[in-house]
Structures are given as structure tokens and as C-alpha cells.
Design a protein around this ligand. Structure first.
Ligand SMILES: C[S@@+](CC[C@H](N)C(=O)[O-])C[C@H]1O[C@@H](n2cnc3c(N)ncnc32)[C@H](O)[C@@H]1O
Ligand code: SF4
Length: 388
């Protein structure tokens, strides 16, 4: 990273990012355990949710006091289903509440259907300048397996339209699907790279027990790749993207050049403050010098009622030194920037850092602990050794 001067995990932040959660999806994917509901044209409920989001922003701005805006992320769910006027209203409110020094990275997550791609220009006009497109795969059979409501041809069209409509484009892909070979994945990834984008997030398919995939895998309907194949697919991902000029600046985030990195995610990984707005959104706020974790009510009706009553959160808890330092380590060690040595000191874990560095899993440079490429392959074990 060019700039390693992110906020200290235990220091009050002055900058703030905003995460807005839009929970509606046209169809619920069988692998997804995010806070989502079927869209089914609930226009009245959605108008109520937009009004609640605007009020919540206002209330949280009063709570945190004057701050400078770093970035906005509209995630979901499927915020590309939001009416562009609603997106404009939310962004206008954020900018009215938090001044910024310059252009603000404003990302929106989109599904690549033709119907949603038709709104890209209007979303760009509303103030979105970075699109995160959930392509997931460029293989029609895989898209059917993943329960997606778009084809590979639609995804290709959406990439081309998004490239023209937005300053910046990222795509999400899902690999380690059942029966996926290293050769298949290499070809798919190389085909994707040819479509032109500056940022890609390849995620290994995780089987969450509460999802349809969790139940199918438990019944033995199919089995995900074993550990060795999953590791080979991960290494292939790194090698193919690296050869194409994408740097893995975080375990699942690759950017072509440092300007293509996600400023919003970097702010969060550095332990910066962010408001979490919308049902189930998580936030981190420094209030009177204390780091505070917030989780908004998950159910839409509870959130809307909660905002009206001045209690949008199901949880609002102060984090102690240890919790703040642990979070900083967990997030920072996934990045090329690493985590500050002070966080390990706060956790009394400097001897473990030293041992892992001697074994080549970590390096310590300029006051920061960074996981080596050897360590990244075994990141879960490295984190376990450091945090337990
Ligand atoms: C919150 S989703 C929203 C994006 C958008 N609704 C979509 O589906 O395209 C963000 C990303 O998380 C990833 N994701 C969600 N569940 C996953 C799972 N179980 N395993 C791997 N990746 C997952 C997908 O790549 C998805 O694009
Ligand atoms: S993966 Fe995206 S579209 Fe599918 S249910 Fe989750 S948030 Fe919705």
C-alpha cells in the first residue's frame, strides 16, 4: 500500500464512510445468507424504507458530530433494484450531512440482468461512480446451479454497459463450485479478464448451513471440492490474476493499479468509522473516544419502527481495547497493508508475531505486521495462532 497511515484502531476517527443496506432481491440465491427478502413489488414498504434510511442518516449524523465523508457503499440485497430517484435522495442526504474534500467513491452493488442494466445511466446520474457487478460465473450451467436469474450473455452485456456508464467497475465471481476443475476455472477467469474491468472479487463458494445449499450439501445431493482442490483453485486464482496485472491487495480483492482499489473497503479494513444504515447494517462509530459497534434491526418493519422511535439498532455496544485490536488484526492481516504492531501489543501477542515471522509466515516492516504469500495460503491457521 502506498499510504500506511490509516487511523489507529483505538483512536477516535474524524473521517466517516457510509454503508447503506438495501435488502430486496428479485430472487433469493440458494447459497446466500445475507439479510435479504424477495422484492415482489412492495413499493409502499420500499418508499417507507427509503424515508427511514434518510431519517436514520440524519440521526446518526447528529450522534457522531462533524465528520468528513470518505466513501459510500450501497450494498444488499440488490440495490440496483432501487429506484434511481431513491438512490439520488440517499446520496444527496449523505452529502448534505457530511462534507467531503473531493470526489467521493460511491459504489453500488448490481445484478447483471438486462432489466437492471437499463438503469445504469440513471444510477450514474444519481451519483454512483463505481459499480460492483455480481457476475458470479460466465458459464450458463454454473449460473443455473447457483440459482442466478441472469445468463452469461446478459452478464457480458452488463459488463460492457457498466464500463461505459461508470468511472469504475468491479465484478464478483464465485469459484470452488462442485465438479469445477482447475482447467475450467482458469479458462473462465481468463475469459472474464478479457471483458475489461479494473477490480475483481473472486469468492470461494461457502456453504452456509441455513441456506438451501447448506441443506442440499447436508443431504449429500452434491459435495463441494475437497480441501486440496479448493487450495489449488485459490492458488490458480492468484496466479492468473497476478499474471494479468491484478494485485491481491486483500485476500479476495484484486485491483489493476492502486487507484483501482476500493477506498471504502480500505477505510473499513483500517479500522475507520462507518455508519451502517438500513436493515441489518453493521456500523463502527467512535463516540466520545469509544469505539462502538452497531447492528441495525434486521427485519424491515422493525427497522422502520425503530428509526421512528429513535432506536434503529438491535445492538449498540462499546468495544473494549481487546475487541478493537482483535478486529484490527483480523481485517488488517487479510490486506497487503497488514495491521499495526500496537494492535498485537495490546493483545500481548508480540512473541507469537515474532515466531511466525521467523517461520516466514509474516513480516514486520515500518511498524506493521504483514502476512507473506506463504502465510496467506494458511491464513486461517496464522490468525488462529495469533488470536487464541
Ligand atoms: C451481498 S452479495 C450482493 C450482490 C448482488 N446481489 C449479487 O448477488 O450479484 C455480494 C457478493 O457476495 C458473494 N457471495 C454471497 N454469498 C456467497 C457465498 N455463500 N459464497 C461465496 N460468495 C458469496 C457473491 O459473489 C455476491 O456477489
Ligand atoms: S446473492 Fe445477491 S441476489 Fe442473490 S440473494 Fe444474495 S444478495 Fe440477493
Amino acid at each position: 500500500m502506498t499510504d500506511s497511515s490509516g487511523p489507529d484502531p483505538l483512536d477516535p476517527g474524524t473521517d466517516v464512510a457510509v454503508y447503506v443496506h438495501w435488502p430486496y432481491c428479485a430472487k433469493i440465491c440458494p447459497y446466500c445468507d445475507f439479510n435479504v427478502v424477495r422484492d415482489r413489488g412492495r413499493t409502499e414498504e420500499q418508499a417507507g424504507l427509503v424515508a427511514a434510511i434518510l431519517d436514520d442518516l440524519q440521526a446518526q449524523a447528529a450522534l457522531v458530530g462533524p465528520r468528513r465523508l470518505t466513501s459510500v457503499f450501497l450494498g444488499g440485497g440488490t440495490p440496483s433494484l432501487m429506484p434511481p430517484e431513491a438512490v439520488a435522495a440517499v446520496l444527496d442526504r449523505i452529502h448534505a450531512l457530511f462534507p467531503a474534500n473531493g470526489p467521493v467513491e460511491t459504489t453500488l452493488e448490481a445484478n447483471p440482468t438486462d432489466a437492471e442494466a437499463a438503469h445504469f445511466t440513471a444510477l450514474a446520474r444519481a451519483g454512483v461512480n463505481r459499480l460492483s457487478l455480481g457476475v458470479q460465473s460466465l458459464d450458463d450451467a454454473a449460473l443455473r446451479f447457483l440459482g442466478r436469474n441472469h445468463s452469461a450473455a446478459e452478464a457480458r452485456r452488463a459488463i460492457a454497459l457498466a464500463g461505459a456508464a461508470f468511472d469504475r467497475l468491479s465484478i464478483d465471481l464465485i469459484y470452488a463450485r462442485p465438479d469445477q476443475s482447475v482447467a475450467d476455472w482458469t479458462a473462465e477467469l481468463q475469459a472474464a479478464i478479457g471483458l475489461g474491468f479494473e477490480h475483481v472479487s473472486p469468492y470461494q463458494l461457502t456453504i452456509e448451513p441455513t441456506t438451501a445449499f447448506g441443506r442440499a450439501a447436508a443431504r449429500g445431493d452434491w459435495t463441494p471440492p475437497d480441501e486440496d482442490l479448493a487450495a489449488a483453485l485459490y492458488e490458480t486464482t492468484q496466479a492468473v490474476l497476478d499474471a494479468a496485472g491484478f494485485e491481491a491487495y486483500e485476500v479476495s480483492n484484486h485491483a489493476r493499479g492502486s487507484a483501482a482499489r476500493s477506498a471504502h473497503n480500505i477505510h473499513v479494513w483500517r479500522g475507520g468509522d462507518y455508519l451502517g444504515v438500513g436493515p441489518g447494517a453493521h456500523g463502527r462509530l467512535t463516540l466520545d473516544g469509544f469505539r462502538t459497534a452497531t447492528i441495525a434491526q434486521r427485519r424491515i418493519a422493525d427497522y422502520v419502527e425503530g428509526v421512528a422511535a429513535g432506536t434503529p439498532w438491535s445492538e449498540r455496544e462499546g468495544m473494549d481495547w481487546i475487541e478493537a485490536a482483535e478486529e484490527r488484526v483480523l481485517l488488517g492481516l487479510r490486506t497487503v497493508e497488514g495491521a499495526p504492531v500496537e494492535a498485537f501489543n495490546a493483545l500481548a501477542r508480540l512473541p507469537q508475531v515474532h515466531n511466525l515471522a521467523l517461520d516466514g509466515f509474516l513480516t514486520v516492516q515500518a511498524g506493521r505486521v504483514v502476512v507473506s504469500s506463504k502465510g496467506r495460503l494458511l491464513l486461517d491457521s496464522v490468525l488462529k495462532a495469533l488470536l487464541t
